[in-house]
Design a protein around this ligand. Sequence first.
Ligand code: ADP
Ligand code: MG
Length: 391
Amino acid sequence: MKSASFPYIAPGATLGVLGGGQLGRMFSQAAQAAGYGVAVMEPDAHAPAAQVTPIYINAAYDDADGLHQLARSAAAVTVEFENVPATALRWLDAHVQLAPHAPAVATCQDRAAEKALFTRLGVPCAPHVRIDSEEAARGAQIDGLVPGILKTARMGYDGKGQAGVTSAAELPAAWRALGGVPCVLERKLDLHLEISVILARARDGKMVYFPPQQNLHRSGILFASFAPAPELDPATAERAVQAALAIAEGLDYVGVLCVEFFLLEDGGLVANEMAPRPHNSGHHTLDSCDFSQFDLQVRALVGAPLAQPRLHSPAVMLNLMGDLWFDAAGSRREPDWPAVLGLSGAHLHLYGKREARAGRKMGHLTFTAATPQAARASALQACAALGLAPF
Ligand code: ADP
Ligand code: MG
């Protein structure tokens, strides 16, 4: 639906979100704080957003009745994550004010499409080739792409759907092991550090952004984010922000967008992937900024004017994975929250998930402080208290 014709949606209206995980929950909480009702559509009856939203449409993402109910309930709809069926997105785009638009979400669903966009806009990305078939896996020209990482084009997250490839001979087996689905083989780059830029773009094209955060991954999963980015020089930070803004502009994007970047050992900056929504690396904004990435998601969706957010406190965010709920012998335990809550600047966020599992994101813990060093010191103390390896 053409967005320019939509007026500002005043508080009192209901906002819809497709997906009821932690991102849907935090969106709902921000929307409610701003005076909006919320309708969530989600197939899992006990997903994190179920605890906080009165209108909870428990249905598959492409369920026709559910989509009708969502469209009837909500003045505008957004998505919690990008892997929503294309049919559902197209239907919503045609029947309700949807932000971001379906084509932007579709681009973010597919690594090959993302990389094509980056290339079209002149934003550098990793050298890569598409591998869509057994023949392509056998005949691919992979000079300069190994050692590489074969990634499924769609549905990958937290390092899932990826396999290392060190020679052309390994490629067909690696492709089959990933399910024989369309993939991208990209060169394994020498990373100096990883950063992300989170921005919001309004329907009128105005853009605002948070300063880039530096991200530390363990086993392909985000472990910690640091804001401001401790090792990022101002000129490179500016390059990353400008590239992210160009991507949002190029997509005619409306809403919150996150772009992940690699800063290479040789000083190069390449875009890795993007998410058409708030991002795990931006969870610290809930506590470190005058308004959060979820507040911006609400404001962009309702057509409010966007103001530039301000990072008022240096912050370190730690992801709390389900592994913390098990001791070395594999017995269930409760993490030592009192030890963590006694540390200065601690903000504990738990998502209300009923079952802890290894590798599952259960919550996050942000430390704010007057200085980056103090936030870091508290976060390291928390690591010690929780049994996490120090960073
Ligand atoms: P996901 O969707 O799982 O987040 P990513 O493409 O972001 O997938 O990969 C997860 C992590 O794996 C990255 O944050 C980075 O640490 C590492 N990684 C991914 N691609 C490359 C690459 N081309 N070179 C080096 N490391 C990479
Ligand atoms: Mg990633």
